[in-house]
Ligand binder design. Structure first.
Ligand code: HPA
Length: 295
């Protein structure tokens, strides 16, 4: 059923749950706005091992997630749990040092809350990084993969529930979830830095167990190049809010059954640490290029 709320915006439900979500995101955005000196243009969501990049921002304001109204607090190893707002080469950015995952037991509404806060902050683009397993046999441990598309196998969608038209439309287009111009920039800048980089399709699973070899053969058959446990819910919500997206995975390990060895979280963190320098160089050179495309 379609109703109008106090501001006259259409809310496709009689429930107030999503009206509350808009109010919650607005409250968090207002809290952040009071603390920061610059209006961020790009959101950075930094996955396992890359959170340290936020420490390099100029004129930074560090806001622990725990202080931000309604913000979910992270528990995963390798994720600091701060929002850092500062500049990269004069481009104001808001960087998340770590994110919460579905496998931690948060609802997808909680997992994607920060993206809605970014939207309420007026941010127009988001850059996600993550660790992923290599499914495509041509990939190698340590290479970077620019997401050209994804397959959502998490078993749910963060937009399930009443739609609030103030965020975006009921049925959200996903035919170019990952902006073509951002992808081209990422490949170009990556090559310029001598980084092993390519494009691929990311399959999102819930985790937290890693996949079985049979599941990896299935993922390869359906067209996945990499597999991971994050990013896709946030990308769905970012697109719903009209935020332009770039996402890059670091292949921290070859997926289950490819090499004759078990997959460990330690290996994921180790490879992430080994590639960190390259990833940071790429982030630094991409952010100004991405900003140029935004009006
Ligand atoms: N599977 C799922 N998620 C991951 C992996 C993997 O092999 N590596 C890093 N994140």
């Amino acid at each position: 059923m379609t109703n109008s709320n106090a501001k006259g915006a259409k809310v496709t439900s009689t429930s107030t749950a999503f009206q509350d979500e808009f109010a919650r995101a607005s409250e968090a955005a207002e809290f952040i706005r009071q603390k920061i000196k610059v209006q961020p243009k790009i959101a950075l969501v930094l996955g396992s091992g890359l959170g340290g990049f936020a420490d390099e921002l100029q004129d930074a304001t560090v806001i622990p997630y725990a202080q931000i109204p309604h913000f979910p607090a992270t528990s995963a190893e390798g994720h600091a749990g701060n929002l850092v707002v500062g500049k990269v080469d004069d481009v104001p950015v808001a960087a998340m040092q770590g994110r919460v995952h579905y496998y931690e037991g948060h609802s997808l509404l909680r997992v994607t809350f920060p993206v809605r806060v970014f939207s309420r902050l007026g941010i127009k683009a988001a850059f996600f990084t993550n660790a992923a397993g290599g499914v495509n046999l041509q990939l190698e441990q340590g290479c970077l993969v620019v997401l050209k598309d994804h397959i959502n196998l998490q078993g749910s969608n963060p937009l399930i529930g009443p739609n609030d038209d103030r965020f975006g439309p009921r049925f959200s287009d996903m035919s170019e979830a990952y902006a073509k111009d951002f992808r081209a920039l990422a490949l170009k800048e990556g090559k310029r830095h001598g980084i092993t980089i390519c494009e691929g399709v990311y399959a999102a699973v819930s985790g937290p167990s890693y996949e079985t070899p049979a599941e990896i053969r299935y993922l390869r058959t359906i067209g996945a190049d990499t597999v991971g446990m994050s990013t896709v819910p946030e990308v769905i919500v970012a697109r719903h809010c009209g935020i332009k997206v770039l996402a890059i995975s670091c292949v921290t390990n070859m997926a289950a059954g490819i090499l004759n060895q078990p997959i460990t979280h330690a290996e994921v963190l180790e490879t992430g640490a080994r590639v960190r320098g390259q990833f940071v160089a790429l982030l630094k050179s991409l952010i100004p290029r991405m900003a140029e495309t935004l009006s």
